[in-house]
Design a protein. Sequence first.
Lengths: 251, 386
Amino acid sequence: MSILTVQGVNKSFAGLKALNQVNLKVAQGQVHAIIGPNGAGKSTLLNCFVGRLEPDTGTVMFDGQSLLNRRPHEINQLGVARVFQTPEIFPDLSLLENVMIPAFAHRDGAFKMNWLPRIDGEAEIRDKALHMLEEVGLADNRSDHAGALSRGDKRRLELAMCLVQEPRLLLLDEPTAGMSRADTNNTIDLLKRIGERGITKIVIEHDMHVVFSLAHKVSVMAQGTVIAEGTPEEIRGNPKVQEAYLGGAHL
Amino acid sequence: MAAAPTSAFGTSRRSDLIFLVLFAAAVLTAPLWASLIGAGYPDLLQKWAIYGLFAIGFNILFGLTGYLSFGHAAFLGVGSYTAVWSFKLLGMNVLPAVFFAMITAAVFALAIGYISLRRSGIYFSILTLAFAQMSYNLAYSVLTPITNGETGLTVLPSDPRILEQLAGVRDTVSTPTTSLFGLEMTGYPGFYFCAVVLIIGFFVAMKIARSPFGTMLKAIKSNQTRMNYTGFNTRPYTLAAFIISGMYAGLAGALLASTDPLAGAERMQWTASGEVVLMTILGGAGTLLGPVLGAAVIKYFENIFSAFNDQVLMEMFNWLPETLQEAAVAVAGLFVGEGWHLTLGVVFMLIVIFLPGGIMEGIRRVQKLFRRSDGASRTDTASESA
C-alpha cells in the first residue's frame, strides 16, 4: 500500500520546467531514495510535499489527503516531518528544549496558550525528549546551546526533533551532505535503527553508499522527471541510469 | 537522570522564587536605597516603576519573540487616554482606569498586530512605526473630540464621574486627584501602588518566560522556519505576544495618567517609542530584570542630569584654576541640563559596543569573574592541603 502518491506534477520557474509530469508512489514503511544529478528537481519535488512550493498541476496525496494548498504547519500536523539540507534547529536554545518543542507540537497542536505551567514541570514531554536525545547519542549535551554543535551533531539533533513527533512520513534532504565518512556511517546506522519503527522515509541523497545501504526502492530523476525506478540492484544495472546520472561510468 | 534536567532550562522553581522575592524587596525598599543616589523622591520612583512595566512588556515582544516594534508608544498613549476617560466618566478610582486601559490597548494591539505581523524584520518595525505616527497625528486632528487635541485631555469639574455620584461621595473640587478607594494616589502611596503593579507585572512576565508558551516565543525568535515545519502556526503566537506587550504598555499609560490625570498626544510620538527600545537594549533584551534596570537608568539620567545647570557644574569644578574651570564647565555643560540626551547617547553607544547584552551582560561578566577567582582560590587550598 502506498502512503504517498504523486501524480502528474509539473512545476515551472519563469519558463524553466523544473518538474515535468512526475509520478511517484512511496510504499508504507519503506525507505524510498530519490537520486539524480544536480538540478534534476529532487529538492523542488520535496518542497512540493511540505507546503513550501505549490505545483502548477498534478496531485500529491498523503494517506488519502491532498498535501496541496496547505501551510507547512498543517502538513506537519498530518504527520509529515522534514530534515533540511542545512540543519534547521533552534540555535539559541538548549538541546533538550530543541527536542521538547516538537514534542509539544505533537501533543498540543498548532497553537496553545500554555503559559501557566512551567516548562521544567512538563515531565512527560521532558522524558520523551530526553529519551530521544539518548537514542541519537546527544543526551550528555542536553544543557548545551544547540548553536554550538558540530554540523553532524546538528543533523542528529534535527533528526531527533523530527522523530520525537512520531511522524508517519519522514523526508530527509541529503542527510549526510558535508559529513565525514565516520559521521556518514553513524548516520546510516542511526537511520537503520529508526527504520525499525516502520516510519516511511524519503531520502534525497548524492552518496551512493548511503542510498544502497538504506533504500528499499530508488527513483532516479533527471531533468525534472523520473527516468527509472526499482530496487537498488535494478538501478545499479540500469544502463539508462548510468547514462544520465553517472555519465556512463560503471558502479 | 531525574535530577539533571533543571540546568537545561537555566532556571529552577526555587531560584525563580528567590529572584522574585529579592526583586519585590528591592522595589518596595526603593525609597530607602534610592535616596543614597539622590533618587529618593516619589515622582522619580513612580517613573521607574511605570517605565519598568512598559519595558518588561516590550521585552516580551522584542526580547523573547524577536519582533522589534517601533510603535509601542501608541499603546502607552491609548492607555493614558482611556484612563483619563475612565476618570471623567466613572470616577477617580485608579482600578477601573487600569482595567479599561488594558482592554483598549489590547484591542488596538490586536488590530495593529494583525496587520503588522504579516511581515517580519525591518518591515514589521516600519509598519508599527507608521501605525504609531498615524495614531499620533489622528490624536491631534480628527480625534480631537476624544483626545482634546493639543490641550490634552484632563478631568473637568463638570464631568459626570458616575460611580462617585452613585456612591454619593462626588466632591466638587476643581482639580480632583486620583485615588484607590479613598487613598489619594499622590506621593508615596502613589509610588507603592505602582510598585505593587510592577511586582505583579514582573511575576506575570516571569511566568510567561518560563512556560511552554514562552519557550515557543523564544523558538520563534531563534528559528521561525523550523517552527513552521515543526507544526506550529506561528502567527497566533506572535500576535499573542504583541497583544500582551501592548497591554503592558496600556497599563503603563494608565499609571502615568494616575500619577497626573492628563493625557496628551506627545506620549505617542516616535521618540517615546524609541525610548522603550533604548531601555530594553540598555538593560539587556531577553532578560527579565534588564528592561527594568534600563528603564531606571534612563529615567534617572533624565531627572538627575537634566537638573544640572552651570552653577552646579561651577561648584563641581571649583577645585580647578579659573580658566580651566570655565573650560570644563563649558564642555560638561553640553552633557547636562537640556543636553542630557547627549550623555544618554554616549552611554548607550558604550554599552552597545562593549556590552551588546546590556547591563545584564555586564553583571554576568562580573559574576563570572568572581566565580573564577573563587574557583582559583579553592584549587589553591586544595593544592595546599595536598
